[in-house]
Ligand binder design. Structure first.
Ligand code: GDP
Length: 289
């Protein structure tokens, strides 16, 4: 069971405000790493390793704080990992089911990763980008206030299950808190929680409550910074350094390296795919637990 303070944090965290909007969305954009590999070197590096690309603009003191290469796969490793995310007859990528409570979740024989973040952080867009080579995967997202929020489970071949958690804001129904809290606390096969933070906005109070909960539940989690295409280089650097400082000084369970991404330009998406594959499939013996 969660401690009382963790429960409180969970409740505050999942008091949600959901922007009115679309009920269903179908994602179909395609992005392949083979195309990325044909780009001129500078463009390629910027797209694949967006965090490292910023290194040259940092003074040496700041560089020491920024964890740039804890996870530093080669282009070949990234290309190999992409196969896991590419739908094929022998690698089915599909929607499994939705659940409002852990007891309704699908079987837990495969490793799982979950994506969590406040409403509008860019979670659906990121999942769409991750599944760009599985265009038949339809992600149903209810953003209408009053609609029941569900956890959506997607099977990625024989490798792992990706869970799209409901976005958080304010005014959460009780069962919503119980659903997410129970899932995070009790799902044994949950290998990593990906906590999305809007790189334009930085870490908000609501994000801090989510972080507090991951810390209290002793979950290993990763901070993914969304929408990096929206900021100037200067603003992005400032935000990244602030977030990195927060991770370095205020967290225990957070993976030290940040993952900046853009669902629009696909910047950082291939690296993130490779990280997920490493966590779940333990390719090449490397395992970032
Ligand atoms: P969710 O509520 O977290 O699922 O967020 P969405 O994926 O629906 O995105 C919220 C808004 O941000 C939408 O208008 C998206 O088009 C926009 N958005 C999401 N990701 C990006 C990104 O990487 N770059 C830019 N420029 N906009 C984005």
């Amino acid at each position: 069971m969660a401690t009382p303070s963790a429960r409180l944090a969970a409740r505050r965290f999942f008091e949600m405000s959901v922007a009115p909007g679309r009920l269903n969305r179908t994602y179909s954009t395609s992005h392949s790493f083979a195309k990325v590999l044909r780009l001129p070197k500078r463009q390629l590096m910027k797209l694949v390793y967006p965090l490292q690309e910023l290194e040259v603009y940092l003074d040496p003191d700041s560089r020491a704080d920024l964890h740039l290469r804890i996870f530093d796969p080669s282009l070949e490793e990234i290309a190999r990992a992409e196969n896991v995310f590419a739908a094929a007859p022998k690698n089915r990528i599909e929607y499994l089911s939705s659940a409002v409570h852990l007891s309704h979740a699908p079987g837990s024989s495969r490793p799982e990763v979950c994506f969590i973040g406040r409403s509008n952080v860019g979670k659906s867009s990121l999942i769409k980008a991750l599944f760009s080579l599985a265009p038949e995967v339809e992600i149903r997202i209810s953003k209408t206030p009053g609609h029941t929020k569900k956890m959506n489970f997607f099977k990625v071949g024989k490798y792992f299950v990706l869970v799209d958690m409901p976005g958080y804001g304010y005014r959460a129904p009780e069962d919503f808190v119980d659903m997410v809290e129970t899932y995070l606390k009790e799902r044994r096969n949950l290998k990593r929680t990906f906590l999305l933070v809007d790189s334009v906005v930085g870490i908000t109070e609501k994000d801090k409550i989510a972080i507090e909960m991951c810390e209290e539940f002793a979950l290993p989690y990763v901070m993914v910074l969304t929408k990096i295409d929206k900021s100037s280089k200067g603003h992005l650097l400032k935000q990244i350094l602030q977030i990195q400082k927060f991770v370095n000084t205020k967290t225990q369970g957070c993976f030290p390296q940040l993952f900046p991404v853009s669902a629009l330009t696909y910047s950082g998406i291939d690296l993130l795919k490779c990280f997920i594959v490493n966590i779940t499939a333990n390719l090449n013996g490397s395992n970032f637990r």
